[in-house]
Design a binder for this molecule. Structure first.
Ligand code: NAP
Length: 245
């Protein structure tokens, strides 16, 4: 297998952390971005202790300069970017009547703008290389809307729309850039910790406790999509607990 340079945002916990560890164990070079530096340091140390290679840059995906600096860290350290995974995200769900505009702003800034800033930072590099892969984390909530999920779902539908546009544009350009959307169902991570509406938090935490699968299951599928031959693109992955309705 060829060693790839893989950048992951939201790498300090959950799906990002599990994917970073899995891809590093498979021999790839990892560049990790998130805001919590101590968590990133621990994950890099764990990867290195297991014989892998990783570096990090403290990154806030709501700042395009910060995302550009993460891309620069990858180029400065390893000379290229083969895979860019825009995975940072949050899910403070609530009903629209509550008017939680701060939560809406945060979801739009992290879940949508974070993905766009990743494309702005990494696509020119991939075009120049004539190869690369974007992996954008959406959700099953980007395939269906439920009460309280309107804004979160809107951000994840947006991730799918942006990714499909990117896929078509790069196919026409003949850039050899692949696009993969990962849409997980309930996965046991820190995602429900940040729900601000108590009733929704309680409801979703119970649903997660009853159903969630581990983030390693998502990481396995991502590794599979990364390892496909360059001329083959796995564009959509929907992975949910068998028990999830
Ligand atoms: N868990 C699920 O059931 C599930 C289902 C469907 C989709 N997803 C999606 O999966 C992705 C990963 O979430 P997760 O479940 O692994 O939850 P998580 O454990 O809470 O991880 C979220 C990650 O996003 C990072 N993040 C948040 N805001 C950020 C910002 N402004 N800049 C940079 N990084 C930021 C966090 O790091 P810092 O706090 O250190 O910055 C953390 O590493 C999200 O896009 C989520 O919507 C999850």
């Amino acid at each position: 297998m060829t060693k790839k340079v893989v950048v992951i945002t939201g790498a300090s916990s959950g799906i990002g952390e599990a994917t970073a560890k899995k891809l590093a164990a498979a021999g790839n070079q990892l560049v990790l971005g998130a805001r919590r530096e101590s968590r990133l340091q621990e994950i890099v140390a764990a990867i290195e202790q297991a014989g892998g290679e990783a570096v990090y840059a403290v990154t806030d995906v709501t700042s395009s300069d910060s995302v550009k600096a993460l891309a620069q860290k990858a180029v400065d350290t390893y000379g290229r970017i083969d895979v860019w995974m825009s995975n940072a995200g949050l899910m403070p769900q609530s009903e629209l009547i509550q008017g939680r505009t701060e939560d809406w702003d945060q979801m739009i800034d992290v879940n949508i703008k974070g993905v766009l800033y990743g494309i702005a930072a990494a696509l020119p590099i991939m075009r120049a290389q004539k190869s690369g892969q974007f992996i954008n984390t959406a959700s099953v909530a980007g395939h269906a809307v439920h009460p309280a999920s309107s804004v979160y779902s809107a951000t994840k539908y947006a991730v799918r729309a942006i990714s499909e546009g990117l896929r078509q544009e790069e196919a026409i350009a003949g850039s050899n850039v692949r696009v993969t959307v990962v849409s997980p169902g309930m996965v046991a991570t820190e995602l429900t910790n940040h729900i601000t509406d108590a009733a929704t938090k309680d409801r979703l935490e119970h649903a997660w406790a009853d159903n969630a699968i581990s983030p390693e299951e998502i990481a396995d599928s991502i590794l599979f999509a990364v390892n496909l031959p360059e001329n083959t693109s796995m564009n959509e992955l929907v992975i949910r607990p068998t028990s999830q309705k």
